[in-house]
Design a protein around this ligand. Structure first.
Ligand code: BGC
Length: 751
């Protein structure tokens, strides 16, 4: 026995001597590579599979064979990725496998709600699972890497990409960011169904001036650190493997050329060891930005800022060699980037088996399978927000075989429900609202249809038919909103009302006297004052994905009781934008109870939004008790805040109980409220539950004028309620200051 143990030990020791570590493998490959081959690894091109920006390189296959490519994106399907991989492995000198990337944002072929919609669920497990399913489908088609999650906080619904994020709140964004990274990357990257996640867009891409995509960002360091950076830090904590630069400049420096972001913060302070890719041609754009006179200088700036891979722009490919020769950059700087890229390829197991992701058997079995579609339907229901329900018009009852008029340009749409960034989602796989209604009412109701009008334009010729259909019916379901093509990248709007004559159609239908249930489909918060006035019930369904129709029908007929809450404020009109719940008080706060001149308000619109952050109704009602604190004072030790919530209505239902905190007096001014906790609970009719939140001193810190981080002793308010503007209040005193300290927060001293 002893002998056996000795032999085994010897075997283990000798094999560990032979087995190379990943670092050693990467190093030995690096030694064999020419400078050109290294720069090739730092280059990423789009294939012709999908177009997500201007295509610069016609023949990518030629580039692959020439060893000019380390990664391709927009290529998918097991067969196609296998074919491309074979070129890299068999037809280049060193046979280094390619990394395949794609924007798998809210599903791959089974499409889930747009991320802002998913965020309305306040269900982190569901978000993780949706990302997991997206990774399972994408990886079977050969994809190793998604350019998601987008963790850009945004307070401006004019910006078309709000659909891609988790809304306006930093605390909530942190949690969603982590859930999504965990979903994509799973617990082990070497499994063939996990893919690399990418935190994007670093940094502050969601805060362009006037909401115009790609526009300048100019903001205080405090806001950058308090509001915009934390979700990125959360992705690092969750183990994200890649980061993407943003197109915008911040305070005069384009992100793609900013070492403060990528070296000081990301690597030195947060310890990120993964790889940084640019956004699409972002290095080239340093020239029009005006920090580089030509592409060569742009390439040097990007490399020195800490960028590893050039997406589509070919700047590294075309200029870096000469920059090394001229001494503008060193080969060692290039090695640093290449090491990171090769390490990722190792982590994914691509050197052992470059084809392990491109698997036709898994592709056929898993992509769009029934289980995934069922999950998509369930998540779609969870993402719906009930904004209004006058006289309990919803849920619709089917007992008396009602006649239902399904009207509107979106009722039969199968493409708009997929939303922007729909990856390989196809309208032919999607279920429209009409199909959902048909399925739910078969034999139980009569369903009539009229389109009424188009999504845009001023043609009212379809109104007459719609009114006729409405007159024949007991209730009207009107589906209106935005086409999928007017939210997403480069889709900013200066007018965020519903386009065309859709609202006019609503006004006409209202005149019939029949109850009108408005089903909104849109990619951003809209200004809905008129719709709110006219509709009897208002359902915010965003763009819900492949299973939109059945999910909305589940809610309309009460198979599912809606519980979504808004992750972004809905303004009354666009002039209020940017409007967000965690605003400051100002020195002249407006008091609607005591209006007088020279206060911080508008003359023509109230300060309050139409629907506040965290708002959303249910078919049932919830009553909140009073807040109980475990203690009214603390020296920094955690205290708890508890509240009883009772379901006082006629349906079982879920409620998102939200906790906000206000630091009343600080060295610097603090927001009126900040979300610091929430819990989604299920309550049967008549049931009461106690929800308890823990408040830790770390949750109270903030950045002062001198960028020191901490919190001062003093009084704090705790608010708990059903939305940011309907809360119960209590207060406690912190008896001691708490300092986190001061790091290198001065970008001017950056390396
Ligand atoms: C977008 C990125 C996206 C990339 C690749 C860019 O235009 O800003 O978010 O990942 O294209 O499609």
């Amino acid at each position: 026995m002893k002998k056996l143990v000795l032999i085994l030990t010897a075997l283990v020791v000798s094999s560990s001597l032979i087995a190379q570590t990943v670092e050693e493998k990467v190093e030995s490959l690096l030694q064999k590579m020419t400078l050109e081959e290294k720069i090739g690894q730092m280059t990423q091109f789009t294939s012709s599979g999908d177009v997500t920006g201007p295509t610069l390189r016609g023949n990518v296959e030629k580039e692959v064979k020439a060893g000019n490519v380390g990664s391709l994106f927009n290529a998918f399907k097991a067969d196609y990725t296998r074919k491309l991989q074979k070129m890299a492995v068999e037809e280049t000198r060193l046979g280094i496998p390619l990394l395949f990337g794609y924007d798998v944002i809210h599903g791959h072929r089974t499409i889930f709600p747009i991320p802002l919609g998913e965020a309305s669920s306040f269900d982190l497990d569901a978000m993780e699972e949706a990302a997991r399913i997206a990774a399972i489908e994408a990886s079977a088609e050969g994809i190793h890497w998604t350019f998601a999650p987008m963790v850009d906080v945004s307070r401006d619904p004019r910006w078309g990409r709000v659909m891609e994020g988790a809304g306006e709140d930093t605390y909530y964004n942190n949690l969603v960011a982590k859930a999504r990274v965990r979903g994509f990357q799973g617990d082990d990257l070497s499994k063939e169904n996990t893919i690399l996640a990418c935190a994007k867009h670093f940094l502050a891409y969601g805060a362009p001036i006037a909401g115009r995509d790609y526009n300048t960002v100019d903001m205080s360091l405090q806001t950058l650190h308090e509001v915009y950076l934390p979700p990125f830090k959360a992705t690092v904590d969750a183990g994200v493997e890649t980061f993407m630069t943003s197109f915008n400049e911040i305070n005069g420096t384009p992100s793609t050329a900013n070492p403060y972001l990528f070296k000081d913060i990301l690597r030195d302070q947060w310890g990120f060891e993964g790889m940084v890719v640019t956004d699409y041609t972002a290095i080239n754009e340093l020239v029009p930005h005006g920090t580089a006179k030509d592409l060569a200088q742009a390439g040097v700036q990007a490399l020195k800022a800490g960028i590893d891979m050039d997406m589509e722009g070919a700047v590294f490919l075309e200029t870096l060699k000469e920059s090394v020769e001229k001494g503008d950059v060193t080969e060692e700087e290039i090695n640093v980037a290449v090491r990171r890229i090769l390490t990722l390829k190792h982590k994914l197991g691509l050197f052992e088996d470059p084809y392990r992701y491109s698997d036709t058997e898994r592709e056929e079995r898993l992509v769009l399978c029934d289980e995934h579609k069922e999950k998509a339907r369930d998540f779609a229901r969870k993402s719906i927000v009930l904004l209004k329900n006058e006289n309990q018009v919803l849920p619709l009852k089917l007992e008396n075989k009602p006649k239902i008029a399904a009207i509107g340009p979106l009722v039969k749409s199968k493409k708009d429900v997929l939303g922007a960034w729909k990856a390989k989602g196809s309208p032919k796989d999607a279920k429209s609202l009409f199909e959902g209604l048909k399925g739910a009412t078969r034999g139980k109701a009569e369903l009539l249809y009229a389109q009424g009008c188009k999504l845009d334009g001023d043609d009212t010729s379809g109104f007459a038919e719609a009114i006729e259909v409405a007159n024949q019916s007991d209730v009207i379901i009107l589906a209106i909103g935005e086409a999928r093509t007017i939210s997403g990248e480069a889709k900013s709007r200066s007018d965020i009302t519903i386009p065309g004559v859709q609202t006019e159609l609503l006004a006409e239908l209202k005149k019939t006297g029949k109850p009108v249930v408005v089903v909104l489909m849109n990619g951003r918060p809209l200004a809905l004052e008129k719709e709110d006035e006219l509709a009897d019930a208002l359902l915010e369904t965003w763009h819900l994905g492949t299973m939109a129709g059945p999910a909305i029908a589940d809610v309309i007929f009460g198979k599912y009781n809606p519980a979504g809450k808004l992750p972004m404020t809905f303004p009354r009109n666009v002039g209020q934008v940017p409007i967000y719940y965690n605003a400051k008080n100002t020195g002249r706060p407006f008091d609607p109870e005591n209006p007088s001149g020279y206060k911080s308000n508008y003359l023509d619109v109230p300060n309050s939004p139409l629907y506040a952050f965290g708002y959303g109704l249910s078919y049932t009602t919830f009553e909140y008790g009073e807040i109980t604190l475990s203690s009214n004072t603390t020296d920094g030790a955690p205290i708890t805040a508890s509240i009883e919530v009772t379901n006082t209505g006629d349906y079982d239902g879920e409620e998102v109980v939200q906790m906000y905190i206000q630091d009343i007096i600080g060295k610097s001014t603090r927001p009126l409220k900040e979300l610091k906790g929430f819990e989604k609970i299920f309550l049967k009719k008549g049931e009461t539950k106690t929800v308890t939140f823990t408040i830790e001193k770390e949750a109270l810190t903030y950045f002062r004028w001198d960028m020191s981080e901490g919190v001062e002793a003093g009084e704090f308010n705790v608010f708990i309620g059903t939305s940011s503007d309907q809360v119960k209040a209590a207060s406690f005193t912190l008896t001691k200051d708490y300092e986190v300290g001061k790091k290198n927060y001065n970008p001017i001293q950056s390396k």
